[in-house]
Design a protein around this ligand. Structure first.
Ligand SMILES: Cc1cc2nc3c(=O)[nH]c(=O)nc-3n(C[C@H](O)[C@H](O)[C@H](O)COP(=O)(O)OP(=O)(O)OC[C@H]3O[C@@H](n4cnc5c(N)ncnc54)[C@H](O)[C@@H]3O)c2cc1C
Length: 550
C-alpha cells in the first residue's frame, strides 16, 4: 500500500526545508512527506494524487503565501481530501486569520512559527491529529478503477473484459458520483469514457481491449515463431484440447479474441457438467482450465482475434487482426458461437445501454429492484432469468414459441420462481430509449395484442451464430456457417474434390488437412459444455495423428 501523504507548503524555501527535515525524521517511515513551495502547484499535484487514488493524511500549510493564502489552499484541497487533517503554520501576526479559518475550513490546529524544538511543539500535536485521522479515515480502493457510465457500450466491454479475466476493479459511475466525474474531467477536457485509473498512476482513456490486456499484464504476443498446434478460441473445446496438447509436450498456442471460457465462461451456474453435483460457475470452470493449460506450458493470448487462416505448404498460418501472424502445423477452430443481434431499428444504439447479448452478468447488480426482460427460451436464457431474479424486482421471459426449449430442471426453476413471468408466443417488435433502454413493444402472436412495457434492461439469448468467419472460403461450411468435419464432408463415401490426401478426413478434420474443428462452431455438435470438452480432447488426439504424418 502507498504511504499516506503529509503535504506541506511554504513559499519560503528555508522554512520548507526545515519543516520537511523535521517531518521526515519523525514521520518518514510511515508517511510520504511532500514539500511544495507554492499553493497553485500544490493544488495541481493534489489532482495527480487523486488520480492515483493516494491518500492525504495531513496538510501543513503556511498561511501567508503570495499567490494563495494557506486558508484559500485548504478551502480547495479539502474538497478533494475532506478527511485529511488541516494545520496552518502561522506567524504571530497571522493569528487572527488562523482563528477565522477554524470555522471557514474546519481547521484542526494552527502552529506558531518557529516550532522548535519539534519534540515539544510539533510532534505531540501532529501525533494526536494523525492518530485521530487513522481511526476515522476510510482508505481508498487500491486497485484498478474504471470510471464510466452505465449506458456506454465501451464501459460495459471494459467491465466485462476485466470480470471475465477475474481482474478486480472498482466501478465509478460518473453520472451518480460527482467525485468520479471530477476525476474524469481532470484527465481530459473532452470526456471520453471509460477512463481507467491504475494504481501506478497510468491512465487509459477509452482503450481497446488489446491495450487494456497489455496494461493488466495479460499475454497478447506469441512467445515463439512456430507452434505445433494453434487453437483459435478458448472456450471449453479450445481449452480442453490445449490441456491435452500441453500435457503431452506439444508447443501449443491458444488465441482468444475476448476472455477465456467462451460462452460457458459467462454461465452463472453449469449444473449438468459431469463431476460437479452442485454445479460450477462458468468463470470458475474457465479459471481452473486456464491454470491447468498454463501449468502444462500452453500460451494463451488474450484480446487477439484470428482474422484469417491460410495454408503455406506444410504450414498453417493464422493471421491476427492486429497484423501478427502465427505459424504452426495444425490448427483447431474452437471459435464457438455467439448470439444474434436484434435487427430492429434503435437496437444497435442501445446495445450496452440496457440491451445486452448473452449473460452480461457484470451488469446484473445495476438492475437491483428493477424490471428486466430476457429474450429466448433455451437453456442459456433460462439460466439468465434465474440469475437475474436474484437482483431484479421482476424478470419477464419472452419466448416466441409455445413452450420453453430449456432442459426440464431449468423450466422447473423458471416456474418455481415467483419473480419470473414467462410470456409464450411473444414477439419482440420494438425497443425504445433515448440514452438507455426505456420501453419495449411486444406482440402476442395468438391474440394479436400489442403492448408497450417499461423495461430497465433486456438480456437477449436468441439464435446462435457460428463464429467461422476466419475460415470462410477456406473450409467447407453449412449455409449457416457451421464447419463440416469428418463424415459430414463425405459425399457418396468420398471426400470433397478439393481434398488432397489419400486418406479420408479424420473425424474432426475439416475439408483442409491439418485444420480441425470442435465444439459449437462444428456442424452437428450438441451445444453443451461436455460435448465441447470431449470434442476438444478428441481433436487433439487426431491432430497428434496428423502431426505424425508430416
Ligand atoms: C449463458 C450460457 C449458459 C450455458 N449453460 C450451459 C450449461 O449449463 N450446460 C451446458 O452443457 N452448456 C451450457 N451452455 C452452452 C455451452 O456454454 C457451449 O456449448 C460451450 O461453451 C461451447 O464451447 P466452445 O468451446 O465450442 O465455444 P465457446 O464457448 O463459444 O467459445 C468460443 C471462444 O472462441 C472465441 N473466438 C471466437 N472467434 C474467435 C476468433 N476469430 N479469434 C479468437 N477467438 C475467437 C470466443 O471469444 C470464445 O471465447 C451455455 C451457454 C451460454 C451462453
Amino acid at each position: 500500500m502507498a504511504k499516506p501523504v503529509i503535504f506541506t507548503i511554504d513559499d519560503d524555501q528555508s522554512v520548507l526545508n526545515s519543516i520537511e527535515r523535521d517531518l521526515r525524521a519523525h514521520y518518514g517511515q510511515n508517511y510520504r512527506i511532500l514539500p511544495i513551495n507554492e499553493g497553485k502547484a500544490a493544488l495541481d499535484y493534489l489532482k495527480k494524487l487523486e488520480q492515483r487514488n493516494e491518500t492525504v493524511a495531513l496538510f501543513l500549510v503556511d498561511q501567508r503565501m503570495p499567490e494563495m493564502s494557506g486558508t484559500e489552499f485548504l478551502m480547495e484541497a479539502t474538497k478533494t481530501y475532506p478527511q485529511a487533517k488541516r494545520v496552518l503554520l502561522t506567524a504571530y501576526a497571522d493569528t487572527q486569520a488562523a482563528i477565522e479559518s477554524i470555522n471557514e475550513v474546519g481547521l484542526d490546529y494552527y502552529l506558531m512559527k518557529p516550532w522548535h524544538p519539534p519534540e515539544e511543539r510539533l510532534y505531540p500535536i501532529l501525533d494526536e491529529l494523525l492518530e485521530d485521522w487513522k481511526v476515522h479515515v476510510r482508505l481508498p480502493y487500491e486497485g484498478i478503477r474504471v470510471a464510466g457510465t452505465l449506458w456506454s457500450l465501451s464501459s460495459h466491454q471494459v467491465k466485462d473484459f476485466l470480470t471475465r479475466h477475474q481482474i478486480p476493479y472498482q466501478w465509478l459511475d460518473v453520472e451518480k458520483d460527482s467525485n468520479a466525474r471530477k476525476l474524469v474531467e481532470g484527465v481530459s477536457r473532452e470526456i471520453k469514457l471509460p477512463v481507467i485509473f491504475f494504481p501506478d498512476g497510468k491512465i487509459l482513456i477509452e482503450p481497446d481491449l488489446k491495450e487494456l490486456a497489455d496494461k493488466v499484464g495479460l499475454q497478447t504476443r506469441a512467445a515463439l515463431p512456430f507452434y505445433d498446434i494453434a487453437v483459435i478460441g478458448s472456450g471449453p473445446a479450445g481449452l480442453a484440447s490445449a490441456v491435452y496438447a500441453g500435457s503431452e509436450g506439444y508447443k501449443c498456442l491458444v488465441i482468444e479474441k475476448a476472455a477465456p471460457g467462451g460462452q460457458a465462461g459467462s454461465s452463472p451456474k453449469i449444473e449438468n457438467y459431469l463431476g460437479f453435483p452442485t454445479g460450477i460457475s462458468g468463470d470458475d470452470l474457465a479459471r481452473r482450465a486456464v491454470s491447468q493449460a498454463k501449468r502444462f506450458g500452453v500460451e494463451i493470448l488474450s484480446a487477439q482475434e484470428a482474422s484469417q487462416v491460410e495454408i503455406k505448404d506444410a504450414y498453417r498460418i493464422v493471421k491476427l487482426s492486429g497484423g501478427m501472424e502465427i505459424s504452426c502445423h495444425a490448427v483447431l477452430l474452437a471459435t464457438g458461437a455467439s448470439f444474434h443481434a436484434l435487427k430492429m431499428p434503435g437496437a444497435d444504439a442501445l446495445t450496452g445501454a440496457g440491451i445486452y447479448y448473452g449473460a452480461a452478468y457484470t451488469e446484473a447488480m445495476n438492475y437491483m429492484d428493477k424490471d428486466v426482460f430476457v429474450v429466448g427460451g433455451a437453456n442459456s436464457a433460462a439460466q439468465g432469468a434465474v440469475y437475474l431474479s436474484r437482483f431484479a424486482r421482476k424478470v419477464t421471459v419472452l419466448i416466441r414459441g409455445h413452450e420453453p426449449t430449456a432442459s426440464k430442471y431449468l423450466v422447473d426453476a423458471l416456474n418455481e420462481n415467483k419473480k419470473i413471468e414467462i410470456l409464450l408466443n411473444t414477439d419482440l417488435l420494438e425497443v425504445k430509449g433515448t440514452n438507455a433502454l426505456e420501453q419495449i413493444t411486444i406482440k402476442d402472436t395468438r391474440s394479436g395484442e400489442v403492448q408497450t412495457l417499461d423495461a430497465a434492461a433486456m438480456f437477449v439469448f436468441i439464435g446462435v451464430r457460428p463464429q467461422s468467419q476466419a475460415v470462410s472460403g477456406l473450409v467447407k461450411c453449412s449455409d449457416k456457417g457451421y464447419i463440416f468435419t469428418g463424415l459430414d464432408l463425405m459425399v457418396d463415401k468420398k471426400p470433397p474434390p478439393s481434398w488432397t490426401l489419400e486418406r479420408d478426413p479424420f473425424l474432426l478434420e475439416t475439408s483442409v488437412p491439418g485444420i480441425f474443428a470442435a465444439g459449437d462452431v462444428r456442424y452437428g455438435t450438441s451445444h453443451r459444455v461436455a460435448s465441447a470438452v470431449g470434442e476438444g480432447a478428441i481433436a487433439f488426439a487426431l491432430m497428434k495423428e496428423y502431426l505424425k504424418t508430416l
